[in-house]
Design a protein around this ligand. Structure first.
Ligand code: COA
Ligand code: AMP
Length: 629
């Protein structure tokens, strides 16, 4: 069957399509049906089934005779370490960890925050939670204590599992002080913490609250897999929204199992036993779906890579890992390829490695610019597949489904909707726009299995953010168009979310930090184009009347505050002081116009602008930062 047949089979009978996909999962109690319509545009999938994620990701492969196959390859050029963990070892390690968590009172439904770098123990912690039916929430290591505290207060974890440190090139990330600081800041206090001590930095434990990862497992009884309902939350993953408060995306157990398993062959074109590598981080959705769960559920070997595309030690790292571990499908972010391309434009490192085992490369997380795709095509001589997805969805919505059929690649487009999605382009009034016209990208409800059914503790926000503007549809927050062949083009976000080095960030959250500075009267943060990271945040400050300090000092202080409050990952370094911000007559800041000026793009003078002269002042300020040429 080609793509069209598969897509049509979903469209004509989604219930049968997903029930068929569900056959690949080992159920404790199979679902009686796929879709559960809860009314008011709320849906769940396979809700009446009983199933365990860890059983499907680990134990069943051991029972099926794959115990000796490598489940996880840990490759860390930062620590010069390589290690392989077989499925049977993984089962034993996870069962012990789960047993130790259970002995300390962690049960089905309890939340557990995981704050760990790219080490196999991060996956083991996730799987141990899944084994017990505990709901994990992984927090990315590049966030500051304050962001961790916000997540602790929202998720209210019984336990936190952390590592003593993370390692960035040239810098140790001191996780433990960040963790202690976050717990101090948060109103909610976990019952206990488990600390995995890394040899690069041994953290001080707090007596009575903190347990050593190894010591705490000593002598415990391993835990069996606890079957949970199909609609039991598997995890909460916080992602950036328009305001400073992150959105807690929920994933349900059964939908995640069915959807991720389906994608491994149909999209990523791997069979059980093949090596699949997503070079992302467990703190992001790609890490959840395609470093941890997807490959393991499907019986693949996954790679935990602790390194960077360049500098660890050089721009050949990706190719070395692909050759050495016989990677068949590789998944990374365009920004990573741009970093490699900048150091190795002619592919000298590519030539040093045997990439004959590599069949295809997938890119996601941000727009894949045609230059980067063409460079990768030329160097690797493999299909380079752009695909579009979001934390909310958990797996791609728009993709060239290589495992079903490699469709013609069109540069600048992530290709076509997958089963479960039927992208439409709407104008502001909700009318469908013709092919080729730009508008809001939506897809009809229900979303497919494996996507988010709701936000944690925030159903009103869920409905307001995603369901209310275009009733009956899921609003993606992206704007774009569809061409005459049905290919989608993603052009921009419709909200204040920006994408920096493949990391999703909220300009609203940064504005909240800037506005907190005592000398700042008003501020705005926009995302400007960047040749490496795709976008970079850039801030404008208007200072309070009477502030006669050196402006550079204030700028330095707010840059420091964003790093301290949000984290280094915000990459907030560009900032300037201006007298006024351009606004509409009703007082709305014209961020879009400022972005166009910064990026030296033509723009239309907004009809509602209050004072056009301010735009000239903005241009001069931007030129001072090297923009608006
Ligand atoms: N823990 C702690 N700090 C982290 C971190 C982590 N896990 N990840 C990034 N940071 C820090 C970096 O050290 C950097 O700090 P600095 O300001 O002290 O230099 C800061 O956050 C910004 O990081 P980043 O934007 O990633 O820039 P970089 O210059 O370190 O690296 C790239 C540039 C392109 C090599 C890198 O961004 C990259 O590999 N991107 C791919 C991202 C990706 O795969 N995303 C997943 C989407 S699917
Ligand atoms: P995240 O939730 O971090 O995965 O970020 C999701 C957002 O990243 C999307 O809403 C898009 O704005 C952007 N994005 C992800 N993949 C792509 C892609 N292939 N092309 C263009 N934008 C993308």
């Amino acid at each position: 069957m080609g793509y069209k047949d598969v897509y049509d089979s979903w469209k004509s009978d989604p219930e049968a399509f997903w029930m068929d996909a569900a056959k690949a999962i080992d159920w404790d109690q199979p679902p009686s049906k796929a879709l559960f319509d809860l009314g008011d545009h709320m849906y769940e999938w396979f809700a009446d089934a009983k199933v365990n994620t860890c059983y499907n990701a680990v134990d069943r492969h051991v029972e099926a005779g794959r115990g000796e196959q490598t489940a996880i390859i840990y490759d860390s050029p930062i620590t010069h370490t390589k290690r392989e963990i077989s499925y049977v070892e993984l089962r034993n390690r996870v069962a012990n960890l789960a047993g130790a968590l259970r002995a300390k009172g962690v049960e089905k439904g309890d939340r557990v925050i995981i704050y760990m770098p790219m080490i196999p123990e991060a996956l083991e912690a996730m799987l141990a939670c899944a084994r017990l039916g505990a709901i994990h929430s992984v927090v990315f290591g590049g966030f500051a204590a304050n962001e961790l505290a916000v997540r602790i207060d929202d998720a209210k974890p019984k336990a936190i599992i952390a590592a003593s440190c993370g390692l960035e090139p040239g810098r140790v990330v001191h996780y433990k002080p960040l963790l202690d600081g976050a717990i101090d800041l948060a109103d909610h206090k976990p019952d206990f913490c488990v600390i995995f001590q890394r040899e690069q930095e041994v953290a001080q434990l707090i007596e009575g609250r903190d347990y050593n990862w190894h010591g705490f497992q000593y002598g415990v009884e391993p835990a069996e897999c606890v079957p949970v309902e199909g609609n039991h939350p598997s995890y909460i993953l916080y992602t950036s929204g328009t305001t400073g408060a992150p959105k807690g995306v929920i994933r349900h157990t059964a939908g995640q199992l069915v959807a991720l398993n389906w994608t491994m062959k149909n999209i990523y074109n791997v069979d059980p036993g093949d090596v699949f590598w997503a070079a992302s981080d467990v703190g992001w959705v790609v890490g959840h779906s395609y470093i941890c769960y997807g490959p393991l559920i499907h019986g693949n070997t996954t790679i935990v890579f602790e390194g960077k595309p360049v500098g660890t030690p050089d721009a050949g790292t990706f190719w070395r890992v692909i050759e050495e571990h016989k990677v068949k499908t590789f998944f990374t972010a365009p920004t990573a390829f741009r970093a490699v391309k900048r150091e190795d434009p002619t592919g000298e490192y590519v030539k040093k490695y045997d990439l004959s085992g590599l069949d295809q490369v997938f890119l996601a997380g941000e727009r894949a610019d045609p230059d980067t795709i063409v460079w990768a095509q030329d160097q690797l001589q493999k299909p380079i597949i752009d695909h579009w997805w979001q934390t909310e969805l958990g797996f791609p919505g728009v993709c060239n489904p290589v495992g079903i059929e490699l469709l013609p690649v069109k540069l600048g487009s992530p290709s076509v909707p997958l089963p479960g999605y039927d992208m439409k382009i709407l104008d502001d009034a909700g009318n469908e726009l013709p092919r080729g016209e730009l508008g809001a990208i939506v897809t009809p409800l229900p979303l497919p299995p494996g996507t988010f059914p709701n936000l944690w503790n925030a159903e009103d926000r869920f409905k307001k953010s995603y369901l209310s503007n275009f009733p009956g549809y899921y609003e993606t927050g992206d704007a774009g168009m569809i061409d005459e062949d049905g290919y989608l083009y993603i052009m921009a976000r419709t909200d204040d979310v920006i994408n920096v080095a493949g990391h999703r960030l909220s300009t609203g959250a940064m504005e909240e930090v800037l506005a907190d500075h005592p000398d700042v009267a008003e501020c705005a943060v926009i995302g400007v184009s960047d040749s490496l990271k795709g976008q970079m945040p850039l801030g404008f400050l208007c200072l309070n009347a009477g502030v006669d300090r050196d402006h550079a000092e204030v700028v330095k202080e707010v840059v420091k505050s964003v790093r301290e409050k949000i984290g280094p990952v915000a990459a907030f370094k560009l900032c300037c002081v201006v007298d006024r911000l351009p606004k509409t007559r009703s007082g709305k800041i014209l961020r879009g116009t400022m972005v166009s000026i910064a990026d030296s793009q033509d723009y239309k003078m907004p009809a509602t602008i209050d004072d056009p002269a301010i735009l000239d002042e903005i241009k001069v300020a931007l030129q001072g930062l090297g923009y608006a040429k």
